[in-house]
Ligand binder design. Sequence first.
Ligand code: T3D
Length: 262
Amino acid sequence: DIDPVLTAVRKGVLTVTLNRPEKLNAFTEGLHLALRSAFEAATTEDEIRAVLLTGAGRAFSAGQDLSERDMRNGGHAPDLGHTLETLYNPLVRQIRDLPKPVVCAVNGVAAGAGANIAIACDIVLAGQSARFIQVFSKIGLVPDSGGTWLLPRLIGEARAKALTMTGMPLPAETAADWGMIWKCVPDDTLLAEATDLAESLASGPTYGLSLTKGLIQDAADQTLDAQLDAERDLQRRAGQSRDYKEGVSAFLEKRPPEFTGT
Ligand code: T3D
């Protein structure tokens, strides 16, 4: 059997490639479980200091594999609350809770859960030909995988409602103009650019980066007062790190820093 997810570690980066190209990397239970193991490895292995998520072939992901949801010939309606609870929600939480940067290289169409899992990543680059499609409304579903929370925060309620209710494809360039993703790059340089970025994050002060990730995410539902307190507390911790000492020393000695993520 072909692995639904490919993984490789190089220069501190775990590259995770969704690998069902003939089905546009649609999510099956098997793909979910393989992806879960990859993110578990990213959590526990110290050698991994950043993750790069991408797709094989011409798509990033077409979302849920609908052949697993075939209700023709008298099949019962599946309990989608259960699949969200056990498969999609844990994945989004793994990405958001991972104390390491997650870069996403959207190499082609990202539809349904595929779109929302992409934008749950920390830094999202997309190839010029990629499109984001909130396709859920086309089949009578609601957006999931955090889309109803992330989209209004990233692009505002007006655009979030229009995209989710119409299911219209959003070109990568517009997604970048709207602030839904970090940037849109030429298709043929996407993977190299995303890999360079992930490698540079992996060799950076990853302890401080993990605290930064948490602060930015938590800010979405905090007051300024609470956020100022949180910055105080986490800056205190960052100030005790080896990387801080190394960063200041390297600056004073006019040399490149050697960060260890501790
Ligand atoms: O179910 C739950 O647990 C709840 C959670 C839901 C989360 C969700 O993601 S719901 C949304 C599910 N996804 C969709 O509805 C998208 C369906 N796909 C499309 O609309 C189109 O494929 C795309 C717009 C993404 C791309 O279109 P196009 O023209 O570039 O490609 P294509 O020809 O439609 O697809 C190529 C092949 O991939 C084709 O297979 P074939 O005919 O060559 O054997 C197609 O059937 C297959 N494919 C694409 N998307 C899916 C899929 N097969 C199964 N499931 C898919 N989602």
